[in-house]
Design a protein around this ligand. Structure first.
Ligand code: NCD
Ligand code: ZN
Length: 350
């Protein structure tokens, strides 16, 4: 389908309303603080299930979806797409039922202890083989946090090793399973996804387009640049940028916005996660402009993901205006990505 709404002038870019294919909306007070930010920028979002306790059952997802909608201003047009947190004990029948009933859009596989609230994750994908086979039969996407947890593997290599040790055999053994490798950060992940069949895709965050690992240590230790997978060397950042602007339908927008309180970040043991929701589109656009690819932004933000998931493209548009915007030091009590920096675009009020 042609991308009708797209118009680019010297001062504005109008695109079909975009979606965020990977976000952490949290729960309770944090949910109320952050969900309106995502809903202001995106029509739909794939909502991560790593709450405490995690979203493992259909009823949990239905109740969480209601809490998300209750956290938004009356009348907000936003659709949360719920995900099921896989554990070693996940039941294939329950998962397929939730998918068929339209509650779950996908399942999320966290290797046990890979990241925030992943203690109940999967200890070995071989243990959930019947679940993965049922998902393959049902056409239900598997979203993967692609890092090994082996402490003997250098943290900067954990994604590349995951591609070799886990993803390669998984794609070989379940060739029709739809897989999204989430928040890719390395040239190895880009190459793997690009070379795989059309059933394999990847999301890309703003931070992995903007930052290399020097950002973690720029003038001192920088907890607000810390997320998982951790930002990598410059060569990897360049590979991820090239993938994002390539026009390949395998790569699409997923912010991985992951808010934590300032206290939880600025700590002797700071949490992983970058809160990029408030200026997500502006942040991505900065990259697409620098790469001379503004005309490719709409497909990355509003088309490739929906097509991969087999969902309709959104109606309606959003307009971005060339205008200097200063990102505040705090948004909703959380330090946002780009805090204190100037960005070159802003979302026009609708
Ligand atoms: C996420 C979180 O805080 O929930 N953190 C992050 O650094 N991305 C978890 C995750 O997606 O790994
Ligand atoms: Zn995430």
């Amino acid at each position: 389908m042609a991308s009708e709404p797209h118009t680019l002038t010297s001062r504005t870019l109008t695109i079909r309303r975009p979606d965020d294919w990977h976000v952490h909306l949290r729960d309770g007070a944090m949910l109320h603080a952050v969900a309106p930010r995502t809903a202001a920028q995106f029509a739909r979002a794939i909502v991560m299930p790593n709450l405490s306790p995690p979203v493992t059952r259909v009823e949990h997802a239905i109740a969480y979806r209601k809490r998300i909608m209750a956290a938004l201003p009356e009348g907000t047009a936003f659709t949360p797409l719920m995900t099921c947190y896989l554990t070693d004990d996940s039941d294939p029948a329950e998962i397929v039922r939730g998918f068929r009933e339209g509650v779950w859009a996908a399942c999320k596989l966290y290797p046990a202890n890979a990241t925030t609230n992943s203690a109940h994750g999967v200890s070995d994908p071989a243990r959930i083989r019947p679940v993965l086979e049922a998902m393959q039969r049902a056409g239900m996407p598997l979203l993967i946090h692609g890092e090994v947890t082996d402490p003997a593997i250098d943290i900067f290599d954990r994604e590349a090793v995951f591609v070799d040790r886990v993803l390669t055999p998984l794609v070989r053994d379940l060739p029709a399973l739809k897989i999204v490798m989430e928040h890719i950060t390395t040239a190895q992940a880009v190459d793997f996804v690009a070379a795989a069949g059309t059933q394999v895709a990847a999301t890309i965050t703003p931070q992995h387009l903007h930052l290399n690992r020097n950002a973690l240590f720029a003038g001192g230790l920088r907890p607000h640049a810390y997320c998982l997978p951790v930002v990598k060397r410059e060569t990897h950042r360049m590979a991820v940028r090239a993938a994002a602007v390539s026009g390949s339908p395998k790569f699409f927008l997923g912010t991985d916005s992951a808010p934590h309180t300032p206290g939880a970040k600025e700590s002797a043991c700071g949490c992983a996660g970058i809160f990029n929701a408030p200026f997500a589109l502006e942040s991505y656009l900065q990259v697409f402009e620098a790469e001379g690819a503004l005309d490719r932004f709409e497909e990355f933000a509003s088309e490739h993901g929906a097509r991969f998931y087999g969902l309709p493209l959104n109606a309606g548009t959003v307009t971005l205006v060339r205008d200097t915007v200063r990102v505040p030091g705090h948004v909703a009590g959380v330090v946002p990505f780009h805090a204190g920096e100037m960005l070159a675009w802003r979302v026009a009020a609708t």
